[in-house]
Design a protein around this ligand. Sequence first.
Ligand code: MN
Length: 128
Amino acid sequence: MTNYQPLFGRGALNVEYAQYFTGDSYLQFLASQEAVSVNSVTFKPKARNDWHIHHDGFQILLVTDGEGWYQAEGHLPQKLKKGDVVSIDAGIKHWHGATKDSWFTHVAIGKGTTVWLESVNDELYNQL
Ligand code: MN
């Protein structure tokens, strides 16, 4: 738990985006070039981000540690583990986050702007 050490570090408590998350997350900036940013995001067990859409770009998730979920609207949730890759096109409504019992870390490679929507409610999340 507290000795959880993701590949690129855990980073600092993610206060900047906390309003768009349920539960605590941590953010480690890794790199940026032109319009592309690369960050490692770590979720505490049960933590997840709100439903959201990336516009005018894309997001690619590279899972480095732990176990989590990715769900696109209208699709079944997809369980993620170390080594999994998720490529998300612009305009796709989705969320990502940890499982109930595991920390979860992905590197997020992104371009564009994000529009944040409603939270992933406990009713949905607890069914996973
Ligand atoms: Mn996303």
